[in-house]
Design a protein around this ligand. Sequence first.
Ligand SMILES: [Zn+2]
Length: 416
Amino acid sequence: MLDANHVKTGKIYYEDAYAASFTAVVVSAEGNDIVLDRTAFFPEEGGQSADTGTLAGLEVVDVRIRDGLIHHIVKTEKNEPESGDAGENRDTVTNPEGAAEGSVGLPSPGDTVSGTIDWERRFSNMQQHSGEHLFSGITHRKYGYDNVGFHLSDREVTLDFSGVIPPEGLAEIEEEVNRAVTANIESVIMTVSGEESRKIDYRSKLDLPGEIRIVTFPGVDACACCAPHVRRTGEIGLLKVISCVAYKGGSRVSILCGARAFRYLAEEHRILTGIANEMTTSVGEVTASYHRMRDEIRDLKEKKLSMNRRLLLLEAERIPADERNAVIFEEEADARAVRETVLGLAEKRTGYAAVFTGNDGDGYSYIIAGGNGADARSAASLLREKFGARGGGKPEMVQGFVHAKEVELAALFRES
Ligand SMILES: [Zn+2]
């Protein structure tokens, strides 16, 4: 996770983090795997994903450290057959002479090849990673928390801390990071022996026997790190905290820096402006407008419920007292009002009192009460037999759901 002392491949990204193109000599090239004597490609290490780009005309899809060497995984005809039988011909991979027209074969050991990293992506990674150092350094100073996890990919940048960062503290850290960005502090990177490192105060201290690479933003942070960083903090451009959630007893903070932060904020602004326009208000008034709308909707729902209740009562009153079964159909009604209605109707009769809520297309929710001597469960059985209805309950009351037409249901209760 710290500097890979164990890696024998020359690391151009340490000599010059801004080297986007380079030449190197091929040490080995087998299958889709090229090892060079030196490279500007940063391998997947310390939570940061590998650089991408091209090497000897081939697309580099991954870069890994294995057996003390940096391996460039490239796309070849063999691992990515694109046309017909080219993928089946082993020679197209190992022998450039035999390669299909327009395709590029693997270089041979001893060849001098040139490589180019996807600079926009790498620079973005440098911005995110340097921003992470500032954020973690300030968090450590303010709260004493350690950064116990870091993940930097094209999808997200997450930082895990050993303690819980309170919301107001989060905003303060974010502001302080951005002040350090504006201060345009020059980074100092040094590689020291394990012995020397013991005398220096830095984060991620590990007692390692070999050399340790320490990345310092003077006045803000010093941390052992294996990754390339920006020369000056001003290049980070901007750090935005996207979220902070509880994670393993501490906090997981998502951040974005530079163009990624800008694009994120621009998208958020586009969405927010769209909402404000729809609400015919300004962005600053969106929250207040939303609260007004929410309250209004709640009031309307309450009004609608009480109107439904009254409607249900009126319907119930219209049913003659001497009718054996009382059946009501409503588009909408709240369950409590329906229960009260069926119980009231059932009291006065010997048959059933039923309320069906819904419509012919979507089906009906039903609540049925049994009058004097009538078992409501018999009505539920009848609905199940005739229409495959679901539901059940007690002798006094049953409820469920049925797919049937109003005329069919009404006829059923006339007959029974
Ligand atoms: Zn780092």
